[in-house]
Design a protein around this ligand. Structure first.
Ligand code: SF4
Length: 303
């Protein structure tokens, strides 16, 4: 492959066959994003993609899941995505689900018929960068969609038979926005049917728009305590049955909870309360060590 960008994949795709479809992001404007800024947007040519698949094939079971590597592959025109799906269907006919990252507006640009066609050809799961239900935070970070648009597009995925994992960034709105963001993000997800909800904690990395805003005094970071309090509001307000998972290293606390199980949720809220009451702000900051995490997000350290 002629791609220079490090490979990013969700933790749940650790055992999947990773096939590079594109690098960089055709949007590349989200101010929190540290991923794709330094790389030219490129799409794999189908012949190279096929060679890559054939090279990897013997290392995976016939029914392996497949992840299409690339920051926003779902934005590719449907006929180009279909070329890649067709190759997988020809060379690995018994494959498991095929998934990829998608922006909300990439879904909006596909017709219902196109969504159904993609699902019928194996693309049955998307990782969608919803990020927050707080429209002020989404606008501040130039995310390019609103919470209402996210609901509309996720419901279209439901209708097309495409399941989805949604992403949530604790602390996205900065200092003072946590409780509102927690409540409004839960209200967003309550209207749809996420298979999984994955969070990270806002990490302001050098080279991003958020870093520039912070250095200019236009953005104040939420503390670790505020992010944990936001998570508490979020989980308390959330009433959709899903799996919430905060095992990503950027989270201020690490929990996994079946949100449809009231007892499990109550136990998780109790654990969060214990963390909040037991540790001082300084202890929380030291335990999370966000400045080290900021360093580790720089592209040169990405795995
Ligand atoms: S967060 Fe996603 S959509 Fe936004 S710039 Fe980064 S890769 Fe692109």
């Amino acid at each position: 492959m002629t791609f220079e960008e490090p490979v990013y994949r969700p933790p749940w795709e650790a055992r999947s066959m990773l096939l590079a479809v594109s690098q960089s992001c055709n949007w590349n404007r989200c101010k929190f994003c540290y991923r794709s800024k330094d790389y030219a947007f490129k799409v794999a040519d189908p012949a190279t993609f096929r060679r890559e698949l054939l090279m990897q094939r013997s290392f995976y079971p016939a029914d392996t899941r497949i992840f299409f590597v690339g920051s926003n592959n779902f934005a590719l025109p449907t006929h180009r995505l279909m070329e890649f799906l067709d190759i997988v269907n020809e060379e690995l006919p018994d494959h498991g689900r095929i998934s990829m990252f998608s922006r909300v507006d990439a879904i909006a640009r596909k017709s219902d018929e196109e969504l159904r066609q993609l699902a019928a050809n194996g693309c049955t799961h998307l990782y969608v960068g919803t990020e927050s239900g707080n429209n002020d935070a989404l606008e501040l970070m130039d995310k390019g969609h609103t919470a209402e648009e996210a609901v509309e597009q996720l419901l279209r995925l439901d209708n097309a038979g495409i399941t989805y994992t949604v992403f949530y960034i604790l602390g996205l709105g900065g200092k003072g926005a946590g409780a509102k963001s927690g409540r409004e993000t839960a209200e967003l997800f309550n209207q749809v049917h996420p298979k999984q909800i994955s969070s990270t904690g806002m990490t302001v990395t050098e080279g991003t728009g958020a870093w520039d805003m912070w250095r200019a005094g236009e953005y104040e970071k939420a503390s670790e305590r505020e992010m944990i309090e936001e998570l508490r509001v979020f989980l308390e307000t959330l009433n959709v049955a899903s799996v919430y998972d905060s095992y990503h290293m950027l989270n201020p606390v690490h929990v996994r909870v079946n949100t449809g199980d009231e007892q499990e949720k109550a136990e998780t809220l109790k654990q969060i309360d214990e963390v909040l009451s037991k540790y001082s702000d300084d202890q929380l900051d030291a335990a999370v060590n966000r400045s080290m995490l900021e360093e580790s997000c720089k592209p040169e350290y990405a795995a």
